[in-house]
Design a protein around this ligand. Structure first.
Ligand code: NAP
Ligand code: 8YV
Length: 318
């Protein structure tokens, strides 16, 4: 049942935190698609009444939903990744797209460093060892690998990649990076070949954009170049790494270990990883702090407010 209102009518796709849903429901005529028993039937009847959609990086806006929203003028997405938004189709329709860059750089970079330290110093494995009573039983735990002064390769020196590099500098790490083009104004050496970067480094941290262009950028060849003393950390998108090749490389100890925040078919994680002690697995939480998620939520609201005020978003994806 829908009732006319002066407030712009917004369609909510997927779950959003209460500190975003609350203000959205106050400022807009918000409708959650997930509340509908038959979302397709709902959209067929009411799709034309929505001028805005609010979503998140992990949910995006799929083609059937976009087609069912003929009056859509703005999409506001919580997150920086744009791989689940069809930007060319949205642009062709004249739909403005807002997202939340920069406000999450610090926390995602912190998580990348947490994974570097966790896999190298075997933090999670050591915790399991203590809880299982093995320390008390007199078992030996063995040695980890030194992080300070080690070599860090960054795949994607964008906003977050640069933030990771600065943190790694604090650990006296040597830094090189790979991206399609060298980044102007930075001193870290650019490595045009990803395999060569993997061969050079001790830790390969992946923080490129997702999507078709970066699919399986980190493949079996890159993992073999990383080698049995190299660690992979992925805080970008699961699609950037050939996950089947990664599972094989980890199981066969052809790489030393991996710290993974993202997976190819989230929230499904390959079961073969569960029994490996050389991996640390996170449920896509790199930006998930109270402070950062609130800042992201605020940017979602600011993008919508700007658009409905004068057509200008604070952070427009173009
Ligand atoms: P950004 O500033 O746009 O940086 C993206 C970087 O990826 C650029 O350095 C870009 O350089 C590089 N890149 C793009 N395509 C490439 C390719 N084919 N080969 C090599 N490098 C490529 O983005 P950001 O804000 O740092 O965010 C990066 C990504 O992190 C997001 O798109 C998102 O998917 C992911 N992310 C994940 C989480 C999480 O919770 N795990 C949180 C936030 C973001 P060139 O264009 O020069 O190649
Ligand atoms: C979150 C992310 O998963 O920003 C991104 O691209 O992957 C993460 O910050 C998500 O968008 C939270 O809504």
């Amino acid at each position: 049942m829908t009732t006319p209102t002066d407030r712009p009518r917004l369609l909510q796709l997927g779950r959003l935190p209460p500190f975003l849903e609350g203000p959205l429901a106050e400022g807009y005529d918000l409708h959650r698609l997930a509340d509908e028993a038959d979302p397709a039937a709902f959209l067929a009847r009411h799709g034309a009444s929505f001028t805005g959609a609010v979503t998140s990086a992990g949910v995006g806006l799929d083609a059937p939903t976009l087609a069912a929203l003929p009056a859509l003028r703005v999409v506001s997405s919580m997150g920086v990744g744009l791989d689940r938004l069809d930007l060319p189709s949205l642009a062709a329709r004249g739909v403005a797209v807002g997202y939340t860059p920069d406000v999450l750089n610090d926390c995602v970079a912190d998580t990348a460093m947490a994974l570097v330290l966790a896999v190298a110093r075997r933090v999670v494995e050591a915790d399991r060892f203590v809880r299982a009573g093995r320390w008390a039983a007199g078992d030996g735990f063995g040695l980890g690998r030194r992080v300070s002064g080690a070599k860090l390769g960054i795949v994607g020196l964008g906003r977050i990649g640069r933030t990771i590099a600065r943190r790694a500098g604090g650990f006296d790490m040597a830094i090189r990076y790979h991206s399609r083009r060298p980044v102007a104004g930075v001193d870290w050496p650019h490595e045009p070949s990803l395999a060569a970067l993997a061969d050079w480094c001790d830790f390969l941290v992946v923080i490129t954009a997702g999507g078709a262009e970066t699919r399986h950028l980190v493949n079996a060849e890159v993992l073999d170049a990383l080698g049995p003393r190299g660690f992979l950390v992925n805080v970008a998108r699961g699609s950037v790494v050939d996950e089947a090749a990664l599972v094989r490389a980890l199981a066969e100890r052809r790489i030393a270990g991996a710290g993974l925040d993202v997976f190819e078919d989230e929230p499904r994680v390959p079961e073969a990883l569960f029994s490996l002690d050389n991996v640390v697995l996170l449920p896509h939480v790199a930006s998930a702090t109270d402070e950062t998620r609130r800042a992201m939520a605020q940017r979602v609201l600011d993008n919508l407010a700007g658009f409905y005020r004068d057509g200008r978003l604070v952070s427009a994806a173009s």
